[in-house]
Ligand binder design. Structure first.
Ligand SMILES: NC(=O)c1ccc[n+]([C@@H]2O[C@H](COP(=O)([O-])OP(=O)(O)OC[C@H]3O[C@@H](n4cnc5c(N)ncnc54)[C@H](O)[C@@H]3O)[C@@H](O)[C@H]2O)c1
Length: 346
């Protein structure tokens, strides 16, 4: 409980800890990065290794994480160990196997940093979408973070000074993508990640004060998350999808919205829909205001400075400020963004 009237109390101690929590250097440390095969996770692994930090990265996609680990090793100073591991973070047994592999591979009994970064999109509509896709998205985005926290927090507690970094999203602040674009599974999971992370602040302060938590809230960052999320559902690359698959991924309602927005011709063929999907992934990656490398730098700077809340991008800052300023208008988009020019979040 926060004591009223000031004086030495939790707030004072908490404020002091912000300074204590700053990280001077990543050199000589060991970091765990989930979802290290692509996007922000791959960049985190590369930038950490370049700074002299050993890394154990995992990914659902064994090939991509092996390639990312090799690239990070190539950029790293001598003595830095970077290992790649296959692991589905939504499966606790695989997370525990990953933990045991990295403890053996890095010959250690603790880790210094854990980046719970792996995630996927999907399960947009609870009302009209497929239940299995909804539950898969929620399992990766929430249970993946939970299982990794269960597995790795004891190893952070065993370090001198540990940091647990979770990745939520602007959809952990605002549960929509805008008009006609529900985002139910992802938002539910990302709100859970943010709530869990914020709740851990006091728990760690109380029970393990040498460990802290930071939550990352990215806006739109240029990565292959669109294609990777489809692959994580067992679908091929957008360009390789069958007519049936592409029509399932862009159902009639979504086609109608694309037609209305002038992005699709009325009565479009499956081949045209496939091209829309290919372009959507490329545009999401290439037309983002922040690159994956820039996002990783912002995350590492935030961890270094001891901040517990790391917003990425102007869109994230705009949404954060707008939802706080006008909570009752959060889903009245015209009112919420009155006077703003930022494009929508991811
Ligand atoms: N890109 C954005 O605009 C954006 C915005 C907000 C939040 N985020 C979050 O940032 C994190 C990183 O996303 P990104 O944009 O770099 O995406 P990305 O697809 O480039 O990277 C995510 C990686 O996680 C892996 N992954 C997916 N499911 C997994 C599982 N079950 N187990 C292990 N690995 C798994 C993927 O294979 C991929 O390599 C995610 O949590 C995402 O939700 C991204």
């Amino acid at each position: 409980m926060i004591r009223p009237g000031g004086g030495p109390g939790p707030l004072t101690r908490g404020a002091l800890r912000v300074t204590i929590g700053a990280v001077d250097t990543f050199t000589g440390k060991l970091a765990v990065v989930t979802g290290g095969g692509s996007g922000m996770g791959r960049e985190l692994a590369r930038q950490l290794a370049a700074e002299g930090c050993s890394v154990a990265a995992c990914d659902l996609d064994a090939e991509s994480v092996e390639a990312a680990a090799a690239a990070a090793r190539a950029d790293a100073p001598a003595g830095v160990r970077v290992t790649g591991h296959a692991c589905d973070v939504s499966d606790e047994a695989q997370v525990l196997r990953f933990r045991d592999e990295l403890l053996a591979g890095h010959d250690t009994d603790h880790v210094d940093l854990v980046f719970c970064n792996a995630g996927m999109g999907g399960g947009e509509s609870f009302v009209a979408g497929r239940r299995d896709v909804w539950e898969r998205t929620f399992a990766v985005d929430w249970w993946g973070v939970y299982y990794c926290a269960r597995a790795f927090l004891p190893l952070l507690i065993a370090s001198d000074e540990g940091v647990l970094v979770t990745t939520s999203s602007v959809n952990g602040l605002w549960a929509s993508l805008g008009p006609g674009m529900p985002q139910t599974a992802y938002s539910t999971a990302k709100f859970a990640v943010r709530g869990f992370s914020e709740a851990l602040i006091e728990d760690l302060r109380t029970h393990a004060p040498h460990v802290r938590v930071a939550v990352v809230l990215p806006g739109h960052v240029g990565t292959d998350i669109v294609a990777n999320s489809l692959r994580a559902r067992g679908l091929p690359e957008p360009g390789q999808m069958s007519d049936e698959q592409v029509r399932e991924v862009i159902p009639a309602g979504a086609q109608a919205r694309l037609i209305q927005a002038g992005l699709l011709a009325d009565g479009a063929s499956a081949a045209e829909l496939r091209q829309v999907l290919v372009r959507a992934n490329a545009d999401f990656r290439d037309k983002a205001p922040v690159s994956a490398a820039q996002a990783a730098t912002i995350i590492l700077d935030g961890v270094r400075s001891g901040s517990w809340r790391i917003l990425i991008g102007r869109d994230a800052r705009v949404i954060d400020a707008a939802v706080r300023a006008k909570p009752d208008a959060a889903y009245d988009y015209a009112e919420l963004f009155k006077g703003q020019t930022a494009s929508g979040p991811s």
